[in-house]
Design a protein around this ligand. Structure first.
Ligand SMILES: *Cc1c(COP(=O)(O)O)cnc(C)c1O
Length: 469
C-alpha cells in the first residue's frame, strides 16, 4: 500500500507540467488541448497505479515530457484522416467504401465554398427541389419513371417500407431475411418501418405459390432483398422479380427489390460475377428498387430509390423523408459520378471503384514493378520486399468475397513478427493498412492509389531499418 501511495505522490502536478511545457511547445497548440492531454496522461497513470498495473513511473523530466508531448500531438491532430488501403478490398466499408474522382472532389469544393442552387430553381427564380438536380439523370440511366435520393440505402429501404406498408403486410422470403453488417437486419428494419412482416417459403427455397398464397387484403407490398454478403448454395430456389411482378399485378400489390449494391453496369465482361443491373430490375417491372450510392456505383454514401412515378411520388411526400434527406455535398458528388455513366468507357475510366475493379493483373503488376524500381539502390531490401501474386476482394454489397487476381508487395517482418509490423505501418502519420498472410505483411496493389506511391516508397526505403529492432 505504501508503495502505491509513494507512486501517487510522485505523479507530477498539472500546473507545474504546463509551466514547463510552455517553454518547449509551439504556441499554435491551444492551451485547452495541452491541458486536457496532460491531465489525461496523469489520470491514466493514476488509474494504472491504483489497479496495480504500474510499479514504476517514468524516470525524470525528459521521459515525462516526451510522454506528454506524444499525447498532446495526438490530441492536436485530426482523428479522421487519410489512410493507404493495401488490403485489396476495393469497396472497404471500414475504410470509406468508394473513392471519388477529381471532378467529384471539385464539385465538393464548390458545394462547400460557394452558395449553390441547392433548392433554387434558376429558370423560375422560385424555390426548387434538391432531388430534381439528379432525378432526371437517374431516370435516364435506369429507365425508371421517377427517382429520389436519401442518406443511404438503409434509409431508402426504411423510407420505402414506411411509405408503402405502415401497419400493413409485406411479404418476404425466409431466405432473404438477412443481416448485411453494421446492424442492418431486414426483420429489424421492417419492424421499425411499421411494416408487418409476413415470411414465406423456406430458408433455401421459396416458390411463386408461396407469395400468392400469403396475399391477403392487408398485403400492400411484395419485397425481394438481395442477400448481398450471404449465399445459400445447393438445393435452392428464388422467385425472380419478374414473376413477383406478375403476381403483384394480379392482386394489385406493388413489388419492391432492395438491390443493395445496385450496379448500373454489367461487370461480367471484366470477369466479375453477373449481377442484375438496376436497369434490368426496372425493366422487369419492379415498382420500386433501392440501392447504395457508394457500393458498386462508386459514388458518395447515398440511397437511391427508383421506380414507378405513382409510388415514388408517395415516397417523396412521406414526412420521414425530411429526416433522411441527402445533404448538399453528397448531392454534388453524386451528380458528377452519375454523369459518367452516360458513357461506359467514361464510367470505367473516371469512377475509381470501377477502375480498380476492372484493372487487370498485368497493369497492377506494373504498378508494383515501378515501385520496386523507385526503391532503386535499396537492394538490401530485396530479400524482405517481394512482388507476389495475390487475390483482391470486391468488398461491400453484392459480391464481397469474390476474388480478383492481383499483385502485392509482400513484406517479410525479419526479426519482428508480422503483427508488430502491421501495427507499425498502421501507426504512421499516413497509416498503411494491409493484411497478414503466412506471417508476412501483404500490401495489395489493386487498391494502392497513384498518390499513395511516394508515401509507400518513402516507407519502403526505411523499411529494413524500421524492423531491425
Ligand atoms: C448494403 C446494403 C444495404 C445498406 O446500404 P447502405 O448504403 O450501406 O445503407 C441494404 N440492403 C442491402 C441488400 C445491402 O447490400
Amino acid at each position: 500500500m505504501s508503495d502505491i501511495n509513494q507512486l501517487l505522490r510522485n505523479l507530477p502536478k498539472v500546473d507545474r507540467v504546463l509551466d514547463e511545457l510552455k517553454r518547449t511547445l509551439s504556441e499554435t497548440i491551444p492551451l485547452a488541448i495541452v491541458k486536457s492531454a496532460v491531465q489525461q496522461c496523469i489520470e491514466d497513470k493514476r488509474k494504472m497505479i491504483l489497479s496495480g498495473q504500474l510499479s514504476s513511473l517514468p524516470q525524470g523530466q525528459d521521459e515525462w515530457n516526451s510522454l506528454f508531448i506524444k499525447a498532446i500531438t495526438r490530441k492536436n491532430s485530426l482523428n479522421y484522416k487519410r489512410v493507404i488501403n493495401g488490403t485489396g478490398v476495393v469497396i472497404h466499408t471500414n475504410l470509406g467504401r468508394s473513392l471519388l474522382g477529381p471532378e467529384s472532389i471539385n464539385a465538393l469544393q464548390v458545394a462547400g465554398g460557394c452558395y449553390t442552387n441547392l433548392e433554387f430553381d434558376l429558370l423560375t427564380g422560385k424555390r426548387g427541389s434538391r432531388y430534381s438536380l439528379v432525378e432526371g439523370i437517374i431516370c435516364d440511366l435506369t429507365g425508371a419513371e421517377a427517382a429520389i435520393v436519401v442518406n443511404n440505402n438503409a434509409a431508402a429501404v426504411l423510407l420505402a417500407l414506411n411509405t408503402l406498408s405502415f401497419n400493413t403486410e409485406t411479404i418476404v422470403s425466409r431466405g432473404q431475411l438477412v443481416e448485411i453488417g453494421g446492424s442492418f437486419r431486414i426483420p429489424d428494419v421492417m419492424s421499425r418501418s411499421g411494416a408487418k412482416m409476413v415470411e414465406v417459403g423456406a430458408t433455401n427455397r421459396t416458390h411463386i405459390h408461396d407469395y400468392e398464397n400469403a396475399i391477403t387484403e392487408d398485403t400492400t407490398l411484395l419485397l425481394k432483398v438481395h442477400t448481398s454478403n450471404f449465399r445459400v448454395i445447393g438445393f435452392t430456389s428464388e422467385v425472380p422479380v419478374v414473376d413477383m411482378v406478375a403476381i403483384g399485378k394480379r392482386h394489385g400489390v406493388p413489388v419492391m427489390e432492395d438491390l443493395g449494391s445496385g450496379s448500373l453496369i454489367d461487370l461480367s465482361p471484366w470477369g466479375l460475377p453477373k449481377e442484375p443491373t438496376v436497369q434490368e430490375i426496372v425493366q422487369d417491372g419492379a415498382d420500386v428498387v433501392t440501392f447504395s450510392g457508394d457500393k458498386l456505383l462508386g459514388g458518395p454514401q447515398a440511397g437511391i430509390l427508383v421506380g414507378k412515378k405513382k409510388i415514388i411520388d408517395r415516397i417523396k411526400k412521406n414526412p420521414m423523408n425530411r429526416a433522411l434527406r441527402i445533404d448538399k455535398f453528397t448531392l454534388a458528388a453524386l451528380e458528377t459520378v452519375l454523369r459518367n455513366y452516360y458513357d461506359l468507357d467514361m464510367a470505367i475510366t473516371n469512377v475509381p471503384t470501377l477502375n480498380m475493379l476492372t484493372a487487370d493483373a498485368k497493369t497492377i503488376k506494373k504498378k508494383g514493378q515501378a515501385i520496386l524500381r523507385r526503391l532503386g539502390g535499396a537492394s538490401k531490401n530485396k530479400k524482405i520486399i517481394e512482388l507476389q501474386q495475390t487475390v483482391s476482394k470486391v468488398g461491400g454489397g453484392a459480391m464481397p468475397e469474390y476474388g480478383l487476381p492481383s499483385w502485392a508487395l509482400v513484406l517479410h517482418p525479419g526479426s519482428c513478427n508480422a503483427a508488430t509490423l502491421e501495427k507499425q505501418l498502421r501507426s504512421r502519420d499516413i497509416p498503411i493498412i494491409g493484411r497478414i498472410e503466412d506471417e508476412k505483411m501483404i500490401l495489395d496493389l489493386r487498391t494502392i492509389q497513384q498518390g499513395d506511391i511516394p508515401v509507400l516508397v518513402a516507407m519502403l526505403k526505411s523499411f529494413s531499418l524500421e524492423c531491425s529492432n
